[in-house]
Design a protein around this ligand. Structure first.
Ligand SMILES: C[S@@+](CC[C@H](N)C(=O)[O-])C[C@H]1O[C@@H](n2cnc3c(N)ncnc32)[C@H](O)[C@@H]1O
Length: 199
């Protein structure tokens, strides 16, 4: 990774996640939602992995020939992902972006798949939904409010409210699935953007 962008030097999310990744070496496993999405028909185009961490899912997408843009605030996570991608001969297929998702904007023309697991922010979700190419997929997983029963200190804004995130989709999407996993207090969404004009 290049130097840490100056605006991120003291960012609390960066400091917190760098410490976590330093304490736990290794990659994040391929997420089952990513595996499922990548097995579905998709238009030509890249994959955007938001809050990627050292993402096994990004590596899977690159191994399938997709160009992947991985965005995360932690240079430890991104450095680890980049090193593993190079080891697997996939370095040229993965672009690493160190950024705070609160301020980052996806670039046109968009992505065949936008993936985000383990992170929630309504504004980021809205931008992500706008960055999916016609016919492409949006795949998301985050904690529900149930997670706060076991972790009362978890901020409410990190958690999906009832019906979210499907209820926040703009027009022009079909929900393929949205379901809760009570064991983890997480909910996933898989949705496809219509390929024609918005209905
Ligand atoms: C729970 S981990 C999920 C990692 C990966 N997506 C997965 O499913 O294993 C949350 C990720 O969000 C990243 N993150 C936290 N706050 C962020 C922010 N403000 N901007 C960008 N990334 C952030 C962390 O660095 C971390 O990699």
């Amino acid at each position: 990774m290049e130097d840490v962008p100056s605006g991120l030097a003291g960012h609390p999310d960066r400091l917190r996640w760098n410490s976590k990744y330093e304490a736990a070496p290794g990659l994040s496993p391929v997420h089952p939602l990513a595996e499922r999405a990548l097995a579905l028909p998709m238009p030509d185009g890249g994959v955007l992995d938001l809050a990627s961490g050292p993402s096994g899912s990004a590596l899977l997408a690159a191994a399938a020939g997709r160009h992947v843009t991985a965005v995360d605030i932690s240079e430890i996570a991104l450095g680890r992902l980049g090193a593993q991608a190079r080891r697997r001969g996939l370095g040229s297929l993965i672009t690493l972006v160190q950024a705070d998702l609160g301020g980052w904007r996806p670039e046109p023309p968009g992505y065949a798949l936008v993936l985000c697991t383990g992170f929630w922010d309504r504004a980021v979700f809205g931008r992500a939904a706008g960055a999916v190419l016609p016919g492409g997929l949006l795949a998301w997983e985050a904690f529900t409010e149930d997670a706060r029963r076991d972790r009362p200190r978890m901020p409410a804004e990190w958690c999906l409210a009832a019906g979210e995130p499907a209820s926040l989709l703009p027009g022009g999407y079909t929900v393929l699935s949205q379901a809760d996993d009570p064991a983890t207090a997480k909910r996933h969404l898989l949705a496809r953007r219509h390929s024609g004009p918005a209905r």
